[in-house]
Design a protein. Sequence first.
Lengths: 488, 851
Amino acid sequence: MKKENLIGNTGLPLGPLSRRDFLCRSCNGIGALALAGMLADELPAGTPAPAGLPLPHSGRKAKHCIFMFMAGGVSHVDSFDYKPALQKLAGQKLPPLSGLSGEIQGYLNKPHRVIPSAFEFKRYGQSGRAISSLFPRIGQCADDLAFVYGIEVENNNHGPATMHVTTGSQFQGSASVGSWVTYGLGSPNRNLPGYMVIQDPRGAPVNGAAVWGSGYLPAAYQGTVLRSSGTPILHLDLPGGVDRAQQRREFDLLHFLNSRHLEERPGASELEARISAYELAYRMQASAPEAVDLSEESAHTRRLYGLDNPVTEGFGRQCLLARRMVERGVRYTLLVHGVEINKHSWDDHTNVEGRMRNHAAEVDLPVAGLLQDLKQRGLLEETLVVWASEMGRTPFLNDLESKTPGRDHNQFALVMWMAGGDVKGGATAGATDEFGVKALEEQIPLRDVHATILNLLGLDDMRLTYLHGGRFRRLTDIGGRVLQEIIA
Amino acid sequence: MERPSLHTSLFGATLRRWPRCCLGAILLLLACLPARATVDFQDQVLPVLQENCLPCHDRHTRTSGFSVESLDSILAGGARHGAAVMPGTPEQSPLIKVLRGEIEPRMPLGRAFAEDRIQLIEQWIGGLAATPRTDSPAEPYWAYVKPAAGPPPEIKDPPLIRNGIDSFILKRLQEEGLSPAPSASRRTLIRRLFFDLLGVPPEPAEAEAFADDPSPNAYEALVDRLLADPRYGERWGRHWLDLARYSDTNGYEGDPEYYHTWRYRDYVIDAFNADKPYDLFVKEQLAGDEFFEMMSAGALPPPDPESVVALTFLRLAPFTEPRGEEDRHVLLSEMTSTVGSVFLGLTVGCAQCHDHKYDLLPTRDFYRLKAFFAAVQIDPPRPGDIQQLGGPQPASFVNPTRKERWDRERAALEQRLQTTEKSFALFYEPLLERLKAFRLEAARDRLASPEPEPPTFKDLKKAIRDDQGYRKFSMEEHRRFTDFRHRVLRLKNAVERRKPLAMSLRNADGPPYGPNVSTTYVLERGHWNRKGEPVEPGFPSAIEGHSRPAPIDLDPFGRYPTRGRRLALAKWIASPENPLTARVMVNRLWHWHFGRGIVDTPSDFGKNGAAPTHPRLLDWLAHELVKQNWSLKAMHRLLVTSGAYRQSSLHSDPDAARIDPQNRYLWRFRRKRLEGEAVRDSILTASGRLNGDRGGPPVFPPLPRGLDDAQKVQGTNTWETMSGPRGRKRSVYIFQRRSLSMPLMETFDAPVPNASCARRETSVSVLQALTMYDGEFVNEEARHFAERVRREGGAGPASRIRQAFRTALGRDPRPEETAQARRLLEESPTGDGLTALCRVLLNSNEFVYID
């Protein structure tokens, strides 16, 4: 290999790695090869593209993913997991349940009372999905959504559970789903990072940046935070007193110095890569502001996402930005709704009724708006949309007094839904028992969900590996079962 | 119905998945092929295998232990399937099965070989029947055998040999038909040495003086001077902190502060500066509290404070609130894995759930190692420790100067805290009164009979938080209340950090004061409550040759029955007899000096790691370390005074890059990219604003606008931005947070300290360019750099340009560079020219890549 300069068409990772390095480092090589393959147009003429690597691993329609994470643990029995049996037991104890362990069993051993959902459930669409009155607009989209019930998370507390959902491991230090996806697929946009994060404007989730970290994967695969106010990407604004012409002058001198330096050090691919990085930065500075400029969106679109209402404006803006990212080829967009340990978190230990009203009102319209908008623009076909939280909640409470009861954590009853791409709208995987405490039959381990997400993006979780710390790492560790029941 | 338990489902999935899982690893190895009609291995099979498989399966990469380097290596096969080829029976040969996809995944990955090619390889294998393989008796794995002793090799026609290292390097170069690069220039060497040993560039005057020094021993004198410079400890301590996964916070929910881990950071820096023998350094971090030998029935003196601080190493893992046995299992397992990889280069963590896939580390050995930590006790949380971290141990400040300083600072801070709390109370008491009035009014409105309780401070806090529309309290009252609260909180934090405590651990008391040390069990699939066989503490059987319990010196008087386990492990590790310890450490030093280890996977000396490029040199260095009483400074001196180290990073031999494109054999010096810390420290050195103050509680340099807000924990901004000189201390002192890194560090690959990091990446990205060109920090320092040049660089543009080049790059500009720089000075808007030039220099490749 003569030319070693690999320019990430992720617009981001410009490894100083030769392709050979790349292959060696990732060993199983799929991700890196994928990247290399997609970079074929960046390789000089005469360098053969890696021989016919089928990447993605399989033909799937989705090319992008929008992952919406609701931080704090959404109450499944008040949202998408309808449990009418709770009504009859209101205020009473649950009958003994077998096979439970950990904290949930601990709660049940003590006096408790069933708290039925305060919300009515209505059936929507041809699929007849029961959805609570908190989410009427998402309900309208029911036939596009496939639900997974009874997902088990390995830990019953926010920190580890959030890590588990967002990185596949409850321990900090693993690569997030978006990092795996961009590692495996690269990103077609050369002027924006391939993995964008749009946070709740009110603050960060539990674990902070670890939620979109690249863990053991190279830093270039971590999520880049798109800011909701001010400059959209950190350090995109020119230094004070510098205009575009002055920047060009300075970059010209920089290029001159760097070229001279490189001439004396022939073949130093990392130096070449860094020269290119400055040119890409120059281009990104021109193109990124446009990507987040919502002023060109029509009044109709703004209303669709709820930008005209202070309640929905925050998440609406996040959703609208996500659509613009998809349009510009960004591979993976993570939206976070909810803030660590405060009233904007879905962690409703008290007053679940009142608080759920608030949270749901903030997201219902924007989420539905995004789904509709993607659909009418033909983008839903090629975009996998995932809606998740880090755990479900208990249908009962140990506090027997409170007039505004809440719900505790429940690691056995996480509910998620997906839409777009090859997702079979209206389909269902898994089910919880009649009280929504745990799975009716087998719990669905999170790795199955992760394997399914990768599969829907055309990636095989078993083959997407990275050698680190003496072993091959995977998002799904020992491998997950693809939930065929929700794939068209 | 019976709930299918987590374990059944986990197990089911595991069983289903295992074959693919292991095979993946192995098969990987056996990739690739074609062939031609007549089947001569050397001429036909080997080239094709090498062409296709070498990237992952050469003698260095040896992915999954498999290499297509030679007939022998192919016959020997990979770590999983053993022989890749069954002579005479192609259909049984894993190589063919893999090529045909009979074992997943099919190789080469993502492609398939044409049938005729596979048939040719089959034909070749079929023909092998006549030449049966001679199996040599299995040799023990090199890393488990003590390093071979012996002098450096003799070299024919030696060029300049400066010390023993060069004999090994040159011998290898000669074998490969390579020659070393010429010596680097003095200017290059001083820059290289400064960055390498101190992590900052030399001042222009220092570089000039060295370049002009006529003494033949100028280089050696410089090495000695730099090794004695306290900035050395800050530089090399940082390397160790990567391994120790050092952090000032705990991670997870709230990412709460540890408050006292900085004591460990200073301990590490001091240890490097004092050249603490490495064996002692190891023992202190594992068992410093157990050193005192029980010779009589007298009282056990409290452990030496320094050792208590050193033990912080064991508990630097991200730590979620302890919720019983499972979390204890997680904590002790992390400890075991980290100790294994950091001190021994053994990836023992891989054996937690199943026998190691590549190395001779059965699961049982993982738990036998874990048993050394069975007596560890994390102290319970103290009042107010809402995240329930627990653990601070008394550890007084030993150094009298520092003791005086931290005590004085703490006293002053406590004073300020009291005053602030008083003014705060004066401010909020009227607000409390108002809240009380509101409540009475509300109660009257509801006709509630008993008067409500008078509101507390907590009620007020909540009332203010909920008063979004400023109906009860004015906007100014909101602002002041929050401001006061933050000030109080920050002062409390500042006081806490200066208390004589260490974020450490101790042994449980044991009977009769407490329960006995809990038995360690092998845990099936690593699951905390699937207990298998009980085990005793023991050393890895692959090294010891047996799996008998380790001898442990317990207190003969039985009063401190829990002591002694960790010390037994520490002594075994820090022993000249241990085949791994010295090798692993000299290899780390080599890695940090030469940019790549003799073993390129410094924390993995196992079969799946890289094979050593110079095994004899590694052994020789390991012996040297022990011979030098484990002095790291002696080893630095040896490494950096070698001819190999003093080579130029440029070499004119056109063949070299073809023969050894990766420069594995060191035919030239490897250019190095500065780490994030060194980039920041170098920028501050160029601007002349680096605050050289050493040690102490962490510092909080300004964050980019918008980011400091993201540092909020429970609504409180805990990033105590220091805009003054305190925020310009060296980067090793920056508050290290697990939930957010400083962007400048992040873009230059500083690791998030969640797990031990042996080798940093050196990626290049657009965000790195943006941060360096547009970031507030670089621009602020570029302005000061320009001012400094104006001060020190004379009046004319040419002399200023020269001064700027000398300061940033350690050299004079070439005429055409001066001309171009001059153009920028002239064309830039008035007054900004020099700042622009300085900004460009800080962004140049030459600034961050060191020859």
